[in-house]
Structures are given as C-alpha cells and as structure tokens.
Design a protein around this ligand. Structure first.
Ligand SMILES: Cc1cc2nc3c(=O)[nH]c(=O)nc-3n(C[C@H](O)[C@H](O)[C@H](O)COP(=O)(O)O)c2cc1C
Length: 365
C-alpha cells in the first residue's frame, strides 16, 4: 500500500458518540485532517463490544448501524486522498470510566438519556483494578469462554471495518487496555495458559492477530499499537522486541509504538521521547510508526531519514494544526509541487496569496 505521505493522524477518542455510532462530529473532526493533507487518518479506539468501550460515549463497531455510519467517514477520507484507518479496541478493566473531557461522572439525570449514558461491569485478566480511584471498578476475571468471546469480537469487528471501507486497521494492544493488561505482569496474575510466562501473557494478542488476519484482506495492512514499556517493569522493551517476530509471523505489518497506560507509570514525556522505542522495534524486524510530541516537520523528516521509524504520527499536534501535513510539505520543499497537497478548492488561492505576499518559494523570487 502506498500512502500519499508518511504523516499520520494518531487515534484520538472523542467521547462524542451515542450507542457507539459515529456522527457528524467524527466526520468533521477526522475529515479536517484529510483536507489537511495527512497520508493516513486513524479513527479513535473503537470498541469491539459494548463492554469493551472506555466510556459510554466511545465509538463501537459491533453492529451494522455503526459500520454503515463509519462507511460514510471512510469514503470521505478516501475521496480526499487520505487512507482511512481505524483502531479496534477493548478497554478491559479500564472500561466504563468517565468521559475523558468531563473528568468525572457528572451527567445530570436530565442529561443521561441525551448522551446515552451507561455504566457497566468491566472485565480483565485478573480481578485487580487499574487504580484505587473510584472511577475504576474491580474487573471480573475473564474465563476461557470470555476470552474466546473477546477474540471472536475482534474478528467480527475487523470484518465490519473491512466492509466499512477502512484500508488499514490496528489492534489496540497499548495504554493499559485489555490486551495490554494481559501482556503486563502488573495486571495479569492468571495461573492458566494466559498468565505467568511471557509466552502465556502474549497469547491473547497472538490469538487475536491469528483470528483477524484471515478476515482482514491480505492487501490491507494490519497494524498493532503496543506500549513498548508499561513503565512498571511488568512489560519491558526486551519483551516488546520478543513480541515483534511473533506478530510478524501472524501477518502484522507494522508496530505503532507508544508507552504506558498503567497507573503511576514513569515514562517521562519530552520531544520525540518515544522515537527510540520505534527505532528499537524497527530493528527487531517490522516497520514502525513513531508517536509522541513530534511537532517540527524538519525534525520529523529526520526521524524518517535516520531510519528510526517508517511513519510519523501526531495526535495533539494535529488537533492544533489540522493542516500540519500541508505545512510540513511546504517546510520540506520550496517547489510549486507542495501546493498540490492542499485540496483543489484551496490550492491555487493559497499559492496566489503566497505569491503576492512573497512567502514560501516566492520569497526568493
Ligand atoms: C484527545 C486524545 C485522544 C486519544 N485517544 C487515543 C485513542 O483512542 N487510542 C490511542 O491509542 N491513543 C489515544 N491517544 C494517544 C495518542 O494517539 C498519542 O499516542 C499521544 O497523544 C501522543 O502523541 P502526541 O504527542 O502527538 O499527542 C489520544 C490522545 C489524545 C490527545
């Protein structure tokens, strides 16, 4: 698959859906990044099941109504030259938590029906809560049947994602959500074949990859987002390096490299702080995406030129500047070609403005 460039919008929960169905907010939020020239735009963590949502306001892809609503969004992204992608997720013990931008359960009784409020019992690998905060419940430890349902739900979600027209889909195995909870010893204290040794803790993720790969067309890349370290030594870079060939063997095409997601973790953020992890996993044998406080276009280009990652992902930088990819293109090339990344409705007009004001390539003329 060829993307129009290597600038990617990272998945970003909007907590703005009702019953898991994406709406005009999602179309415009994601659509502006397509107009902004990004090569690929990834839809937020989208639940494989109602109980797999982080909050009641997450998007979901467990029914046809959700699939059909996503089809409109995927088609629009594609019509603008952007590759439509989706992150498929299960929150595990971090499910049924407050809407991110609310910070707590402060919905009034009058508001609850309007926002389709729900609160439910989360599941996890072991009956250990994410933190002592009352926002997090003690999960019910999944039994074998429950684990099989999770695998089946991922497979069904990937089928619907394909039908909706997404061209890339990502298994969300990061940020302390269900699959990550199985990977890390801090949350997984099972004594069956899904707990204990690293091989056992990887089992759920590998079973999910095995289940989705035959359903997700061979022509469509399958990505996996992992927390390369959990920040608590329950899952380390060494573990991630060992995971790469296992994922590769099961047809995963790219690792999206992030960190953390566990209570009280210690990975210190700073510019490009996760790039070294993307570089380490790239050496382990799969293409990688780097994410985390990447802002400057020239620095981003350097990451690619240095072979540290194959794709550059932005979340907050894209929120701040939805036209980041177009601005990056101008920063990287003074050629007239750079204007071609703007939507046709805008390109010539922006060029005219730059010519009159002697900006960009016209500054030297
Ligand atoms: C508003 C918002 C929502 C996010 N939602 C998700 C998500 O749905 N799935 C995910 O894996 N990461 C999510 N993240 C993390 C981002 O994808 C990204 O990894 C992180 O913000 C670091 O990149 P940045 O420094 O460019 O923002 C979210 C981040 C933000 C700011």
């Amino acid at each position: 698959m060829t993307l129009r460039n290597r600038a990617v919008v990272a998945p970003m929960c909007q907590y703005s859906a009702r019953h898991g169905v994406p709406n005009d907010w999602h179309l415009v939020h994601l659509g502006r990044f397509a107009l902004g020239g990004f090569g690929l735009v990834m839809v937020e963590a989208t639940g494989v099941s109602p109980e797999g949502r982080i909050s009641y306001a997450d998007t979901g892809i467990w029914n046809d109504a959700q699939r059909d609503a996503f089809a409109r969004i995927a088609a629009f992204l594609k019509s603008q030259g952007t590759t439509p992608a989706i992150q498929i997720a299960h929150a595990g013990r971090k499910a049924s938590t407050p809407v991110g931008w609310r910070g707590k359960f402060n919905e009034t009784d009058a508001e609850k029906p309007a926002v389709a409020f729900e609160h439910w019992q989360p599941v996890g690998p072991s009956a250990i809560p994410h933190s002592s905060s009352p926002d997090f419940q003690v999960p019910v430890a999944l039994d074998k049947k429950g684990i099989q349902k999770v695998v089946d739900d991922f497979a069904a979600a990937f089928k619907r994602a394909d039908q909706a027209g997404f061209e890339v889909a990502e298994i969300h195995a990061a940020h302390g959500y269900l699959i990550n909870q199985f990977l890390s010893t801090t949350s997984n204290q099972r004594t069956d074949e899904y707990g204990g040794s690293r091989e056992n803790r990887m089992r759920l993720l590998l079973e999910i990859a095995e289940a989705v790969r035959p359903i997700w067309p061979a022509s469509k890349p399958l990505w996996t987002r992992i927390s390369v370290v959990d920040g608590k030594d329950g899952w380390t870079v060494e573990d991630s390096v060992a995971l790469v060939p296992e994922l590769k063997a099961r047809g995963v095409d790219l690792i999206d490299c992030t960190t953390g997601g566990f209570d009280g973790t210690s990975v210190k953020p700073g510019a490009h702080y996760q790039v070294p992890m993307a570089a380490a996993l790239r050496k382990a044998g799969l293409p990688t995406a780097a994410v985390g406080l990447i802002q400057d276009a020239l620095d981003a280009e350097q990451v690619l030129q240095d072979g540290e990652a194959d794709l550059i992902m932005l979340a907050r930088g894209a929120l701040e500047d939805p036209n980041w990819a177009e601005h990056a293109q101008h920063a990287l090339t003074k050629s007239e070609e750079a204007y071609k990344l703007w939507p046709i409705q805008a390109a010539a007009r922006i060029r005219d403005k730059d010519r009159v004001l002697k900006l960009r390539g016209f500054a030297e003329a």
